[in-house]
Design a protein around this ligand. Structure first.
Ligand SMILES: CC(C)(COP(=O)(O)OP(=O)(O)OC[C@H]1O[C@@H](n2cnc3c(N)ncnc32)[C@H](O)[C@@H]1OP(=O)(O)O)[C@@H](O)C(=O)NCCC(=O)NCCS
Length: 213
């Protein structure tokens, strides 16, 4: 049963990937740096593992992520490994987000990922965000996510990007709304059995959506 569904993930994932990267994807290297007004979105470095683990140990940060449980250092490191593996495999992914003024200090991530955890929505690419609590409420997630959508609808030429959010995650729903994303459906998270909301924006809508303040 488990291996069957894993195989299904793979098929769907491959189908998505073929639409975004025809041949071998670029490695997660310095070409994959983007800047916004206040952020640098950059490849992950070994030194980022510690601040990433610190934010993943914060119950408030984890409240609406996965099963809602804070991560141990080992679990956080494993997640970071899967993020960099995603970059290596697909040529796009979740960037390490840092302030332009302090590019060495990881604040969290923003970027794009294939949401393999929710096979019902595949093939799809999701825009994601997770930042350390001290920097919440400054518009940084929205700013970084706009750069991710620009990547998705520019160089990656995707037709649609989704977001998957627990309905109680008001901050994330607000970020999605500011990006011009609209509710598509509700699904059940296969692991947690909790309801998640799927939102989406098409390339066409993104091109015609004036950035909200
Ligand atoms: C979700 C998250 C990335 C948002 O980061 P952020 O930089 O604070 O986001 P922004 O400032 O760009 O936008 C947040 C918006 O939500 C609003 N908001 C935040 N908490 C809110 C609440 N409890 N009720 C109503 N609105 C809320 C903010 O006011 C802001 O909207 P505004 O610009 O209209 O004022 C951050 O809270 C986070 O990392 N959370 C934990 C991880 C997580 O849940 N990730 C997403 C999983 S789907």
């Amino acid at each position: 049963m488990a291996s069957l569904s894993t195989a299904r993930f793979r098929v769907l994932e491959e189908r998505t990937v073929r639409t975004v990267s025809a041949s071998s994807p670029p490695r997660h290297n310095s070409r994959n740096v983007r800047t916004t007004e206040r952020l640098v979105l950059r490849p992950w470095r070994a030194a980022d593992a510690e601040p990433f683990a610190a934010l993943n140990a914060d119950p408030e940060v984890r409240r609406f992520v996965g099963d809602g449980r804070p991560l141990t250092r080992a679990e956080s490191d494993a997640e970071l490994e899967s993020i960099t593996a995603h970059w290596d495999r697909h040529g796009f992914g979740l960037w390490c987000a840092a302030a332009r003024a302090e590019p060495d200090r990881a604040l969290g991530f923003v970027g794009l990922a294939i949401p393999s955890f929710l096979p019902a929505v595949l093939p799809a690419v999701e825009v994601g965000w997770r930042l350390a609590r001290p920097v919440w409420g400054r518009g940084l997630a929205t700013e970084g996510a706009r750069a991710a959508l620009a990547e998705a609808f520019g160089p990656l030429a995707l037709a649609r990007v989704i977001a998957i959010v627990y309905p109680a995650n008001v901050a994330s729903l607000r970020v999605a709304a500011k990006l011009g994303m609209r509710r598509v459906s509700d699904r059940v998270h296969p692991l947690t059995r909790r309801r998640v909301r799927v939102l989406a924006i098409s390339a066409e809508d993104a091109a015609s959506t004036a950035p909200a303040p």
